[in-house]
Design a protein around this ligand. Structure first.
Ligand code: XIL
Length: 395
């Protein structure tokens, strides 16, 4: 069971590569008031995820792609339910510099403008990752026209250019993404594109460059299965040890993002997630759930009806477990879903036969998972009212 989980999650990178190829010390918080609700978000829709979460200083977010906010009904949900936006692809290197030296910030700018217009913060995603790199870069490295020294300079330039462009506008940056192996024990992946060419030290270096470009942004290490999801906790152990080492060396890492991509066919312990989040927090880091979704097997990619009736209960339950793990750790500052409707989820395209992974269905109707998150937030914000006192025998 656990082995299958590791194999499957390990396949994410490969599947992503195929699909993409085929398609063409401490940074400081950005301000003491960053988590505080604005008047607009509290008055707009009182029962929304964002307004409930705002009451305890938590931000609830979604990954968004620009095409989606052109649909008014989608944009309305994106604006009213969420208080933080992650560009799902728009800030990745492949998108912002498709040709060397020629930049295209249009999609990123569009999402930044949307977020600002709706009083939302932004999670920048992602600066250093092995996937969704521009072809000119990977080809140049493969054919030897880009040396390792040039690769280092290009990365420095990329991070400086992008972080500077959005300086003061990004709340959290996912500086480094997915560097640990899915093996037990887990290590920094020696075969990773960046590590194999530049050594593992490049990860910490990326944080230093990002910090130089925007000293106030929270700088996160982001990965999947680093908060108890892999059963053995091997990946979390490795990430924890590495973070501790980097912090001791003065690397300006200020948060850890656990992606939270779950699948109902595997076991999951919210308690272990909570313990792992608390362990990162004990290092002085903020923590966040950054890409939550819970997939399951479905009839087809269009309707996304679970093939197992019980999955309709397991799916919201696992969302709720993740939310509770976050709620239980004060340093958990945001809970982000990786797309909010099944219609635009990445899951059907990347996991054969699976879907139903988000909190709204294919017709943009809230599912049980939405209601679960809402009631978790309601309890967190308002608590359960104390029971009405009654006389008891003998009193
Ligand atoms: C995914 C996007 O959602 C897809 O549209 C894209 O084709 C591939 O990448 N982990 C991450 C995200 O950190 O950037 C990935 O997003 C999903 C897995």
């Amino acid at each position: 069971m656990r082995l299958r989980r590791l194999l499957l999650t390990g396949a994410i990178g490969a599947a992503a590569l195929v699909a993409i190829g085929g398609a063409a010390g401490a940074a400081q918080n950005s301000g003491a008031t960053a988590n505080q609700p604005t008047a607009a978000q509290n008055s707009a829709s009182p029962g929304s995820l964002r307004s409930l979460a705002a009451q305890i200083g938590l931000r609830v977010g979604s990954a968004i792609i620009p095409q989606d906010i052109e649909t008014p009904s989608y944009a309305a949900i994106a604006a009213s339910q969420f208080s933080v936006v992650t560009p799902g692809n728009a800030m990745k290197w492949q998108v912002v510099e498709p040709t060397q030296g020629t930049f295209d910030w249009s999609q990123a700018d569009q999402l930044v403008a949307f977020a600002q217009a709706n009083h939302q913060l932004i999670r920048g995603h992602t600066l250093l990752w092995h996937n969704q790199l521009p072809d000119w870069l990977t080809t140049g490295v493969a054919n030897g026209t880009i040396s390792n020294a040039q690769l280092t300079n290009l990365l420095h330039q990329h991070i400086t250019t992008e972080v500077s462009r959005y300086k003061g506008k990004i709340w959290q940056w996912d500086v480094a993404n997915e560097f640990f192996t899915d093996t037990n024990p887990s290590t920094i992946n020696p075969a990773d594109f960046w590590v194999s060419h530049l050594g593992a030290g490049i990860i910490g270096q990326a944080f230093i460059w990002a910090h130089q470009a925007d000293p106030h942004a929270l700088l996160c290490y982001n990965d999947y299965n680093i908060a108890g999801e892999d059963g053995s906790n091997a990946k979390s152990d490795a990430a924890y040890a590495w973070l501790k080492q980097e912090l001791a060396a003065g690397i300006p890492i200020s948060c850890v993002g656990d992606q939270g991509h779950l699948d109902t066919q595997f076991g999951f312990s919210g308690q272990r997630m909570q313990q792992d989040l608390a362990r990162y927090a004990s290092l002085g880091l903020k923590v966040a759930i950054t890409e939550a979704d819970v997939r399951t097997f479905v009839n087809n990619a269009t309707d996304q009806v679970p093939t197992d009736n019980l999955a309709t209960f397991a799916q919201p339950e696992e969302f709720s477990q993740m939310m509770k793990a976050c709620l239980a750790v004060r340093q958990c500052i945001s809970f982000t879903v990786w797309g909010f409707t099944d219609a635009d989820s990445w899951v059907p395209g990347f996991f054969t036969g699976e879907g139903y992974a988000t909190i709204y269905d294919v017709k943009q109707q809230p599912k049980l998972a939405y209601t679960e998150l809402q009631s978790d937030l309601q309890l967190a914000a308002q608590g359960a009212p104390f029971r009405t006192p009654t006389p008891v025998p003998g009193s």
